[in-house]
Design a protein around this ligand. Structure first.
Ligand SMILES: Cc1cc2nc3c(=O)[nH]c(=O)nc-3n(C[C@H](O)[C@H](O)[C@H](O)COP(=O)(O)O)c2cc1C
Length: 325
């Protein structure tokens, strides 16, 4: 009998594993059950939740997978998408076995991968089965007999060439037949929520010209913090803008942190939207001297100098234009 070449052997092994995953107990069952998952120091509670949160630290883009179901379109939000190979062009998606999409995909089925743009979080919610009020029905374009979501940042059409066992998910490997991308910023998913690319710390007041900003900062009251002291906590109402005069502060958001030094402003967004609460914990790094300007003082300053109010609106409008929503 002719001996199979190495790639053929590999493919046969994979095919056997798909046909009878239980026969591959040595590799799959050897993995510790979820209950045995060891959590790092400081992580307590439900291991499944800790596992999800750990995975959530891996930032991804967001796609909507689309396929035709008879005459109608079925779409599903998925961030478990990866590129696999350039030659041949292959991509992979991981789909919950309970998802309707999982039943629609077989070898030979075409699937659209729509990489969402920063302003399409509502669309992502829509295709994740989350009720979103007032969303207009998405528009589709047919390419290679596959529906593609209009307005997405990038599109791929792939034909499913293999499917694999993936625990409570199924993995679908697709050979890409069509690809295109446009201009824009991607929608991101990190820590269980949508994020956007932030090139740097958001500047709102700090974008104002000095002659308009200085009179506002001059209203501030001086305040001091010792090394390590908490200056602001996530969730607290953001009723003050702080100017760091001496020392540095550490801004800590889940999964992201940065240090700001003398001359930087803290709480620029929250002070304009105090009901939304602080979005970061802020601690003093070394001894810190700040100027605190209350929202009341800010509003009074903007009233007394409408030039500053207009300049602020212009900064916010430019930012909206930048982010597209
Ligand atoms: C940001 C985000 C990413 C998601 N990623 C996946 C994923 O990669 N795989 C998956 O099976 N479900 C994922 N989901 C959940 C599905 O979108 C959701 O279960 C959907 O309702 C399944 O649709 P269907 O059952 O109609 O096919 C994700 C949801 C969100 C909000």
């Amino acid at each position: 009998m002719e001996r199979a070449s190495a790639p053929e052997e590999f493919e046969m092994a994979i095919a056997d594993a798909i046909a009878a995953p239980e026969a591959f107990g040595s590799s799959f069952e050897a993995a510790p059950a979820l209950a045995e998952l060891e959590l790092g120091v400081g992580l307590e509670g439900d291991p499944a939740i800790a596992f999800r949160r750990t995975l959530g630290m891996f930032a991804t883009g967001v796609t909507v997978l689309t396929t035709l179901k008879g005459e109608s379109v079925h779409g599903m939000t998925a961030n478990a998408f990866m590129s696999v190979s350039l030659q041949p062009p292959l991509v992979l998606v991981s789909i919950d076995r309970r998802a309707r999409m999982s039943e629609l995909l077989h070898e030979g089925t075409r699937i659209g991968v729509n990489v969402l743009e920063a302003g399409q979080a509502t669309l992502s919610d829509h295709f994740a089965g989350r009720a979103v009020e007032g969303t207009s029905e998405p528009l589709f374009e047919l390419v290679h007999d596959t529906p593609l979501v209009e307005g997405a940042l990038a599109h791929l059409v792939a034909r499913v060439v293999r499917s694999y066992w993936g625990g409570d998910h199924s993995l679908f490997l697709g050979q890409v037949e069509f690809a295109r991308y446009g201009e824009g910023e991607p929608l991101l998913f990190h820590g269980g929520r949508y994020e956007r690319l932030v090139r740097d710390h958001p500047h709102v007041f700090s974008s104002l010209p000095r002659e308009l900003l200085d009179p506002i900062l001059a209203l501030g009251r001086e305040r001091e913090y010792a090394d390590g002291e908490t200056i602001m906590r996530i969730g607290e109402p953001g009723t003050e803008l702080l100017l760091v005069v001496e020392g540095a502060v550490r801004v800590e958001r889940p999964g992201r942190s940065l240090t700001l030094g003398a001359g930087e402003l803290v709480g620029e967004i929250e002070v304009l939207d105090p009901g939304g609460g602080r979005i970061a914990d802020i601690h003093a790094v070394g001894d810190v001297r700040c100027l605190a300007i209350s929202r009341g003082q800010l509003v009074a300053a903007l009233r007394s100098d409408p030039r500053a109010a207009i300049a602020l609106i212009e900064v916010l409008a430019a930012r909206f234009r930048e982010t597209g929503s």
